[in-house]
Write a protein that binds this ligand. Structure first.
Ligand code: URP
Ligand code: ZN
Ligand code: ZN
Length: 478
């Protein structure tokens, strides 16, 4: 089957050009001026008045992850289908090794969950929750044999996934030896646990205390420490996940200023949501927005020691423009309100941490384009091209170019939609963190390796279409 996308404007990291896109089977074969290719014999998708962009790549998801005493509510089937609805054609999910667990066995378990279930292509990072002799050996094995080239460590969640500085250093040294990327959950979990115990003892148990007990200096301190350790470990590439705070961002910016391979991602919840409007809602409703790192105060964060006069959000948008933040992911970790978030009724510390958003990232970051915070090119760069390069998938993924996988989204900038459980929402959640948000622009058509998944507001994909992506080393290093 060949497909011709006509009359659209192709957006890349370097510009917006009126071009037709020719697809043969699973691959883009040519780009040409509008009308250059004959329409005869092709399935034609008319993209008049629309943008044609590389499929979104979300490099931070948690499908079916056991966490906080429950399991993330999207399966690979439901979560990747929702992702397709949102213009995402590849996810990189986090396989989990718990303390004492066998890395290779647990990666195999993640393959078992995803195989034959995904609507879109998928890769894996490996969480190392227990750094020891065997897991260090396994890291090398995964890089050399499994197409898994990035490892997430945790400076938070003591007793669950936490690694101490010595363990972090050892894992970083191993990653440096094999060229892998270290991804870091950078929060000082030991100090946070003290603040949590003190808050609960005082009776401060509402959801908003989740954010108050994780103040931004403890994100900045951990980010700084991770950067120092990565330097000592031989300049291993370091990628800070889910960055929420301006003071943490300053640490990344300083390291990058010194030419270091230090990168960071943020997520839509930190760019758009504030503590006051979410976790601060009366009663228990704020539990919907409990995630770590936390959603922060907009203007009046007493802990913020970043740039005076700016809130975290302004700094994060600036960071995206300046490439201090290279990627936007979602950290999609959905839990239902009923029975899951409700586990923390009466004690915020028992609310499972996570927000579902895999379906909404492309449209939420496009609102940054509408608001003048980002260019169209930077939207594509942070949501598709850089994720592909950062995690060894380029140019198969992340670009509309001859030879690349035909992962393509046609984006209609002329339509308005409203997010929500009563409108557009396909994630396996009984609520939305984005309920009621009015969105300019909309996914029109989604192709994954040449197969149409979304068209005319209909899902045309199939369970099991998605293939595992064996990733190479990062192509983004200085
Ligand atoms: O709240 C979050 N982020 N849940 C998922 C686990 C993690 O730390 O990424
Ligand atoms: Zn994390
Ligand atoms: Zn995460």
């Amino acid at each position: 089957m060949s497909t011709l996308i006509t009359n659209g404007k192709v957006v890349s990291t370097t510009g917006v050009i009126a071009q037709d896109v020719l697809i043969d089977g699973e691959t883009i074969t040519a780009l040409g001026a509008p009308g250059y290719f004959s329409e005869e014999g092709h399935q034609v998708i008319d993209a008049t008045g629309k943008y044609v962009i590389p499929g979104g790549i979300d490099v931070h998801t948690h499908m079916e992850m056991p966490f906080g005493g429950t399991v993330a509510s999207d399966t690979f089937e439901t979560g990747t289908r929702a992702a397709a609805w949102g213009g995402v054609t590849t996810i990189v999910d986090m396989a989990v090794q718990n303390t004492g667990g066998n890395v290779q066995d647990q990666l195999a378990a993640w393959h078992d969950k995803a195989r034959g279930k995904c609507a879109i292509d998928y890769g894996f990072h490996q969480i190392i929750g227990g750094v020891d002799e065997q897991s260090l050996k396994d890291m090398q094995y995964l890089v050399q044999n499994e197409g898994v080239t990035s490892f997430k460590l945790f400076m938070a969640y003591p007793g669950v996934l936490y690694s101490d500085d010595g363990q972090i250093l050892r894992a970083m040294q191993t990653a440096a030896e094999c060229g892998a990327m270290i991804m870091m959950h950078a929060e000082n979990g030991i100090a946070i646990d003290v603040l949590i115990q003190q808050a609960v003892a005082r009776g401060d148990t509402d959801p908003k205390f989740h954010s108050y007990t994780r103040p931004s200096p403890l994100e900045a301190e951990a980010t700084h420490r991770a950067i120092v350790l990565s330097h000592v470990a031989g300049n291993v590439p370091l990628y800070i996940v889910h960055m929420s705070a301006g003071d943490a961002l300053n640490e990344v910016a300083a390291a990058r200023h010194h030419g270091r391979n230090v990168f960071a991602e943020t997520c839509p919840q930190y760019l758009w949501l504030t503590l006051e409007e979410t976790l601060g809602k009366p009663g228990f409703e704020g539990a919907k927005w409990v995630c770590s790192t936390p959603v922060r105060s907009k203007d009046h964060d007493p802990d913020y020691i970043g740039q005076m006069g700016h809130g975290h959000q302004a700094d994060l948008w600036k960071g995206l423009r300046m490439n201090e933040l290279a990627v936007v992911s979602t950290d999609h970790c959905p839990f239902c309100f009923k029975d899951q978030k409700e586990m923390g009724l009466g004690n915020f510390a028992k609310i499972p941490n996570g927000i579902g958003g895999v379906e909404h990232r492309m449209e939420l970051i496009y609102q940054g384009v509408v608001a003048g915070e980002l260019s169209l090119e930077r939207w594509v760069e942070t949501c598709s091209t850089t994720p592909a390069r950062m995690f060894g998938m380029y140019p198969k993924k992340g670009v509309i170019a001859p030879g690349s996988d035909a992962d393509v989204v046609v984006w209609d900038p002329n339509t308005t939609t409203t997010i929500g459980i009563h409108g557009k929402h396909h994630m396996n959640m009984d609520h939305s963190a984005w309920e009621g948000w009015v969105i300019d622009g909309k996914v029109d058509t989604v192709l994954s390796r040449g197969t149409v998944l979304i068209r005319n507001d209909q899902y045309l994909g199939t369970t099991g279409h998605g293939q595992f992506v064996r990733r190479g080393l990062s192509q983004y290093l200085v």
